[in-house]
Unconditional design. Structure first.
Length: 378
């Protein structure tokens, strides 16, 4: 039997855990013609939720759906490349007539598309150097979405990246185009909360109050552990309730990490062996050993203040009052101001994340495996 704990790719319906309320809310919100801001810590499952929403009949049967992750992009040129490539890849299976309508609208990039003369299949040959006028190409992309023969939904993951582009007024440019559109809805997703929430909640920003907002938290323990135990049972495998509970508690229900541990336990522990708490601990140790080299490389790129602050927060697990004298003294840090500078840098690098709890910011390491590795190493 295939491993039911997917950690890459699209999760098939039988292996998708919960998110029923979020799915219903998103489908209803899109049906009411409203844009959505979906924020969550990294690896909480927002990408899988978006793809799950796209598979719902009310969406799948009535919309063209597009998804792109712009985390790797650093400029408006790259954004144009990612958007156009996603639209192209979605429309190719729809047939020549649908695809040609899109290609006909991209006058500024027309030379980069075509059909292979031998196979008669469409070709996508855009390179960054071909995008001489990204503003014009962007206008053409939005024009296509507005004139498409079906309503469109475009999900842009890690949307906060546009705040780092060197070009001026990217947010205002995008907002100007989007607010004129009637045929395309947008799902803006992001994991860097201190940037993306400011983009949509600050009255001084172009995207202020322009989307319905939802925050994706962890799946409840009862629902997740019930799901996990059922998956093992269907596969005729044995795992103790205590082992599943332990895997959940190790990461406070953070979906990707719990899934990863159970994925590895399912894959590498003999099928005849009952997986218990000892097996979960060994599986976790194996994962941390495998990832240790890449974590060490990240640490080596930090200055001493950033490294010491990161270690302090990792050891706290969830840290509050990080610029207080007590916190600085407890972890032998340089000064409250140096901690604040270090935290800002670590947030920008997305090594740290934060939450607002009763008017207090609490900080934690974004990658829970890295947090555990730091605690074991330092």
């Amino acid at each position: 039997m295939e491993n039911p704990f997917y950690i890459t790719g699209i999760i098939p319906e039988p292996y998708f855990c919960d998110r029923e309320k979020e799915t219903t809310w998103m489908v209803r919100t899109l049906g009411n013609k409203a844009h959505i801001l979906l924020s969550s810590p990294r690896r909480m499952g927002k990408t899988q939720l978006i793809r799950h929403v796209f598979e719902q009949p009310a969406i799948k049967e009535n919309y063209y759906t597009f998804y792109t992750d712009i985390y790797p992009t650093t400029s408006l040129h790259e954004l144009v490349l990612f958007l156009s490539k996603e639209i192209y890849s979605v429309l190719v299976p729809k047939g020549k007539a649908v695809l040609n309508k899109f290609l006909a609208g991209l006058h500024s990039l027309a030379g980069s598309f075509g059909y292979d003369p031998v196979t008669n299949t469409p070709t996508f040959n855009i390179k960054l150097g071909d995008i001489h006028s990204p503003e014009l190409a962007l206008e053409e992309i939005f024009s296509y979405l507005e004139q498409a023969d079906k309503p469109c939904i475009f999900a842009i993951d890690e949307f906060q990246q546009i705040a780092n582009y060197p070009e001026k007024n990217v947010e205002a440019t995008l907002r100007t185009h989007i607010q004129k559109m009637n045929n395309c809805l947008f799902i803006y997703a992001g994991s860097n909360r201190h940037i993306i929430e400011n983009m949509f909640n600050s009255a001084a920003k172009p995207f202020y109050n322009s989307a319905e907002q939802i925050y994706l938290d962890c799946i409840s323990k009862d629902i997740y552990t019930g799901f996990a135990e059922e998956q093992f049972k269907k596969a005729s495998r044995k795992i103790t309730p205590e082992a599943v509970s332990m895997a959940y508690d190790l990461f406070a229900g953070h979906t990707y990490y719990v899934h990863n541990v159970l994925h590895n336990a399912f894959a590498y522990i003999d099928p005849d062996v009952t997986i218990d708490e000892t097996a979960i601990n060994q599986t976790l140790s194996d994962i941390l050993e495998e990832k240790g080299h890449s974590f060490a490389n990240v640490m080596n790129q930090l200055n001493i203040q950033q490294k010491e602050t990161l270690i302090a927060i990792a050891k706290e697990g969830v840290a509050s009052g990080v610029t207080s004298v007590a916190f600085v003294k407890k972890h032998a840090l340089k000064s409250p101001s140096s901690v604040q500078y270090a935290i800002n840098a670590l947030l920008d690098k997305q090594i740290l994340t934060y939450q607002n709890e009763q008017r207090t910011k609490t900080y934690s390491v974004s990658d829970r495996f890295m947090e555990m590795w730091i605690c074991r190493t330092y």
